[in-house]
Design a protein around this ligand. Structure first.
Ligand code: NAI
Length: 302
């Protein structure tokens, strides 16, 4: 198997001052990429900021002979995102790879969650992913190349008590990927998403210490690096990784049932046939909304 390398490639990793992002940045640099190590250096809830996070990772990369520059811009504003893109272009002249990884948490039950908790989390995860990707999109299209990785979470895919804001943002990111995989297709821009499990300061409060130690970010990074490589021809895949586990999460639709349009369709009939309606055996994925619509409209194809 050919070694997967990133020589001549320029990568932006957001939130790369620690946790998962740091390992992505270090591994990309080790394999030849020039890396923009972006990190605001904030607290887990998004407050404050220090240059130390990004600086420390850049120093570590350079010590090992790699090429990296720090960037301290916040992903959650248009100006910040444009600043990150500028750092990449001014230092390395182009952009090939973007890992949208920066994240914060404001966990609270829905009743206690404030509007600010909602907005702050949406801003960093969903809007941050949007701002950074949007600011680079034209450049990627012009170069006819792009490998983009988004970051979701099992909390978004399946729900998690106390994370209404985070779940919403993380699922919104999946929606963004679903459309960008289509819009990027013609331009060799592949957009995939990672749903990681890793010990980090974000999970330190919810998982026991012995488990956290076994959940190394290094167990997530290989599939993220693959998704950043020329070899990756997939687009629109949600990779799940952690603790040696690698898989794919996917949205599917059950076979469903069709009523004749000339019969009366009542709530009682729904109740009667509910088991058939929600039975997921034989469920199928769709590549786009048109495919899904065609299936739903089968009754109309007389
Ligand atoms: P982390 O807290 O170690 O890393 C996140 C980094 O993002 C921090 O260094 C922080 O300073 C930076 N950051 C936060 N807001 C920023 C902003 N506005 N602009 C630039 N940088 C900012 O946490 P971890 O666990 O490495 O998280 C990385 C990503 O993975 C996040 O998106 C998180 O939601 C996601 N994730 C992590 C899981 C895990 O098990 N650790 C599970 C599921 C998702």
């Amino acid at each position: 198997m050919k070694e997967i390398r990133f020589d001549g490639r320029v990568a932006i990793v957001t939130g790369a001052g620690g946790g998962l992002g740091k390992i992505y940045a270090m591994m990309l640099a080790e394999r030849g990429a020039k890396v923009v190590v972006n990190d605001l250096g904030c607290a887990p809830d998004g407050t404050g900021g220090t240059k130390n996070f990004a600086d420390a990772v850049v120093e570590e990369i350079r010590k090992k002979g790699g090429i990296a520059v720090p960037d301290y811009n916040p992903v959650n504003t248009k100006e910040g995102a444009e600043g990150i893109i500028k750092t990449a272009l001014e230092n390395f002249g182009k952009i090939d790879i973007i890992i949208n990884n920066a994240g914060i948490l404001r966990d609270r039950s829905f009743l206690k969650m404030t509007d600010d908790d909602w907005k702050a989390v949406m801003d960093v995860h969903l809007n941050g992913t949007y701002f950074v990707t949007k600011s680079a999109w034209q450049h990627l299209r012009e170069n006819n190349y792009g490998r983009i990785v988004f970051t979701t979470s099992s909390a978004g895919l399946y729900g998690n008590f106390g994370q209404a804001n985070y779940s919403s943002a993380k699922m919104g990111i999946v929606g963004l990927m679903n459309t960008l995989k289509l819009e990027g297709e013609k331009y060799n821009i592949k957009v995939n998403t990672i749903a990681p499990f890793a010990g980090s300061r974000l999970t330190a409060t919810v998982l026991p210490e012995d488990i956290l130690k076994k959940l190394k970010p290094e167990y997530v990074a290989p599939v993220v690096l693959y998704a950043c490589s020329e070899e990756c021809q997939e687009s629109g895949v949600i990779f799940v990784a952690g603790a040696g586990y690698f898989s794919r999460a996917i949205i599917v639709e059950a076979p469903g049932i069709y009523f004749k349009l000339d019969e009366e369709i009542t709530p009682e009939k729904i109740a009667e046939r509910l088991k058939e309606i929600i039975n997921i055996e034989g469920a199928t994925p769709f590549n786009n909304a048109t495919e899904a619509t065609m299936k739903a409209f089968k009754n109309l194809q007389a």
